[in-house]
Design a protein. Structure first.
Lengths: 223, 289
């Protein structure tokens, strides 16, 4: 059986829809983790079925809750608008076209306190599962069902081997690893899915590697 | 490793284990999690189910569109009176199912099983039977694992999405999962548990998904109540020894094919069924303008 029983009976979530509520919260929370910096405004571009049916399924509340760092099973999800207001977070929604094979898509733009913008695109796949498809211009594909490390690095020899050596040394098992780059000799990206949770010390070690420009980690707890 | 119901039953016979044990062994291999950790994950799910199935029994929840506010309390109060058609127990089971649906529609915490729209059926059967028969918690967790093993077969070999297969794929599968769990709790052997799962699906095959105003409320809540009762009667059919002429795996395949034959209007688009009745359209207008 290649289907996890925990996915059949699960997720534990706030209703009413695993795709339109739970998936939306998870998408926004993952996006906010990837953005990784303080922001005071977030804008949600909604595509496909998200755009047409979001109100009936509280997709809007779920997205704001996720941007505030709440999980899909957080019972404060229904109060996310008030919580955002009390924290001084502005938010808005607009319909948009996102080129995607998926039905429920969103482009989440964070307006960072430092004055810059950062966006993440993704889709809700149903049953609370998501797919991140673009990180601030970098096309990628990962589910955030396993802990994921996204490393931005200079496209030079040896960086990938240094990264995997650190993970091996810290006893972290790599499940999948993808390397891509914008153009030869320019910036490259390493997307690594791992078993277990990535400790802070490992993130710091990765940041110390020569030619590594930035490290983003989305940690996922099992179960 | 198994891919369908028959292969799971064959493994049970070969390893002298119950289906939930074989499924749990497979889950440890698939996820890399220990048996203890998995067990804890199922216990956590059971706790959420107990919460959702009981939360709205006495306290009306406020839902979008107010279509199902208080449905659980209505049935719960009735279940405590004498003189109903199906008796106190069946009405109590319905009330439990209504409760999870009402909690789901009001942004409360639920456990999708297999989906959020059908989240009332399995909890109603597990919690209802646990409270009536006094089964130890461990036995109920086993039944929950049993149900999820049945659900995984539908997920793998058919679908559990209303948009793909209609309501039979959501409430139908939930009912089928719950039927196996009910039969297991009552001491049925593995073949009988799968017969129960098959009977439950056959009883509702072809059920369409036609949410009024596109909300997960109406008829979802009613279909959770009827799906829970359907699971109980399917379990009793199997326990009575009714012959299952169509093997479980062939029922799963038939459901999948029926889902493919359903027009898109009857697959979660709110473009057919009771969603497009004059009353259904009026509700849509009242909720969204």
């Amino acid at each position: 059986m290649n289907i996890s029983l925990l996915d059949v009976v699960g997720p534990i979530m706030i209703g009413p829809s695993s795709s339109h509520t739970a998936g939306a919260a998870k998408l926004a929370k993952t996006a906010m983790t990837i953005a990784g910096k303080p922001f005071n405004r977030v804008s949600f571009g909604l595509g496909g079925s998200f755009a047409s049916t979001y109100k009936g399924h509280f997709t809007d509340y779920a997205l704001v809750a996720g941007a505030l760092g709440m999980s899909e099973d957080d019972e404060r999800l229904g109060s996310s608008f008030e919580i955002a207001q009390s924290r001084g977070l502005e938010f808005d929604f607009y319909p948009t076209e996102i080129v995607s094979q998926y039905e429920n898509t969103a482009r989440i733009t964070f307006y960072l306190v430092d004055g810059t913008e950062y966006f993440v695109e993704g889709a809700s796949l149903g049953c609370g599962r998501i797919l991140i498809t673009n990180i601030n211009g970098l096309a990628c594909e990962f589910n955030a069902s396993l802990s994921t490390i996204i490393v931005k690095q200079n496209d030079v020899k040896g960086v990938v081997s240094d990264i995997s050596a650190i993970l091996a040394y810290d006893n972290i098992n790599i499940a999948t690893m993808k390397v891509s780059r914008t153009s030869k000799g320019d910036t490259a990206y390493c997307l690594i899915e791992c078993d277990g949770v990535i400790p802070e010390s490992v993130i710091n070690d990765l940041k110390q590697v020569n030619n590594v420009l930035s490290v983003v980690v989305v940690n996922i707890q099992e179960g | 490793m198994y891919k369908n119901g028959q292969e799971l039953l064959d493994l049970c016979a070969k390893e002298h284990k119950r289906a939930w044990e074989v499924a749990l062994d497979a889950e440890t291999k698939l996820t890399g999690m220990t048996r203890e950790k998995l067990w804890a994950s199922f216990e956590m799910r059971l706790d959420v189910m107990i919460g959702s199935a009981t939360k709205a029994l006495e306290h009306k929840q406020a839902t979008k569109g107010s279509l199902v506010d208080g449905v659980a309390n209505c049935q719960y109060q009735y279940s405590q009176k004498d003189g109903s058609v199906t008796g106190n127990y069946m009405n109590y089971i319905m009330a439990l199912a209504y409760s999870s649906s009402e909690v789901n529609a009001s942004m409360g915490k639920i456990c999708a099983s297999p989906t959020a729209g059908s989240c009332g059926i399995l909890p109603a059967v597990l919690v209802g039977m646990m409270n009536k028969e006094g089964y130890p918690r461990e036995k109920v967790v086993e039944a929950l694992i049993y149900a999820s093993a049945v659900g995984a077969i539908y997920t793998r070999n058919a679908t559990v999405a209303g948009a793909d297969g209609g309501c039979q794929a959501e409430c139908g599968v939930a009912s089928s999962m719950a039927a196996a769990a009910a039969a297991y709790l009552k001491g049925a052997d593995d073949q009988s548990c799968f017969n129960a799962a098959g009977f439950a699906m056959i009883n509702v095959m072809g059920l369409v998904c036609d949410p009024v105003a596109g909300l997960v409320a109406l008829p979802c809540a009613q279909r959770n109540a009827s799906g829970a009762v359907n699971a109980m009667i399917a379990a009793d059919m199997a326990l009575a020894g009714q012959v299952s002429h169509i093997p479980f795996d062939e029922v799963v395949e038939a459901m999948f094919k029926v889902g493919k034959m359903l027009p898109p209007q009857l697959r979660e688009t709110a473009k057919g069924g009771i969603a497009t009745t004059p009353a259904g359209k009026a509700i849509n207008k009242a909720v969204f303008g």
